[in-house]
Design a protein around this ligand. Structure first.
Ligand SMILES: Cc1cc2nc3c(=O)[nH]c(=O)nc-3n(C[C@H](O)[C@H](O)[C@H](O)COP(=O)(O)O)c2cc1C
Length: 193
């Protein structure tokens, strides 16, 4: 099979997994997933990401508790902020934006540039996350990209001793559910030939 077909097969095979088994993920696998994130494209090659990988179970449980506590306090009526998914993960990656590009632009008060730079940083980090979840799929590992935990950003930052902008939390582990590949809407691509 040629490379393109193989990559498309992995892309189509992946589905968000929200329940994981207790089986540990070898450190070498985690390192390769992080390496895939690091090799994503980034605006001006700024690499303004910081990927914090957490496999320490105590820290994972503390962050899951933070999310559940927030959901309980806000009385969200059954909504969750990812606590259950995080709790079961073998490891999580917390994707931060260091603002390497947009930060210095802010002082010139050229807000348009700073905002564009910020958008480009987020897009770059998203590309890194996609690389990581596809590489995880290549190892038959489940993953879920979460942004609901961002409502707990302050508390999560305090727990991880981080001060940057949290962009996403990604959970990983050997899947215990059999996530169904959801269909994609037709007609969202326009071709001008
Ligand atoms: C930016 C982003 C944020 C997401 N946030 C959450 C989330 O907070 N909780 C969750 O359960 N899934 C979250 N997801 C996963 C989506 O629900 C999922 O990708 C979508 O339903 C399509 O399903 P699939 O990933 O199985 O193809 C998020 C996905 C993306 C790309």
């Amino acid at each position: 099979m040629d490379d393109a077909k193989y990559i498309l097969q992995i892309i189509k095979r992946r589905a968000s997994s929200r329940r994981y088994s207790d089986k540990p993920v070898p450190q070498e696998v985690i390192d390769n997933i992080l390496e895939a994130g690091r090799w994503g494209p980034s605006v001006h090659r700024q690499q303004s990401w910081r990927f914090i990988s957490v496999s320490d179970k105590n820290t994972i449980l503390r962050i899951a508790d933070i999310c559940d506590q927030k959901a309980a306090n806000l009385e969200t009526g059954g909504n969750n902020f990812g606590g259950r998914i995080i709790r079961g993960a073998a490891f999580c990656v917390f994707a931060y934006n260091t603002g390497l590009l947009s930060g210095p632009l802010k002082k010139f008060k050229k807000m348009t540039y700073a905002e564009l730079a910020h958008l480009a940083e987020i897009q770059s980090i998203a590309a890194g996350i996609q690389n990581m979840i596809l590489t995880a799929e290549g190892y038959n590992l489940g993953s879920c990209w979460l942004n609901m935990p961002l409502v707990c950003q302050q508390e999560i930052n305090a727990c991880l001793n981080e001060h940057q902008e949290l962009i996403a939390v990604v959970t990983f582990g050997f899947s215990q559910d059999s996530p169904k590949r959801e269909n994609r809407a037709e007609g969202l691509i326009r071709k001008i030939l």
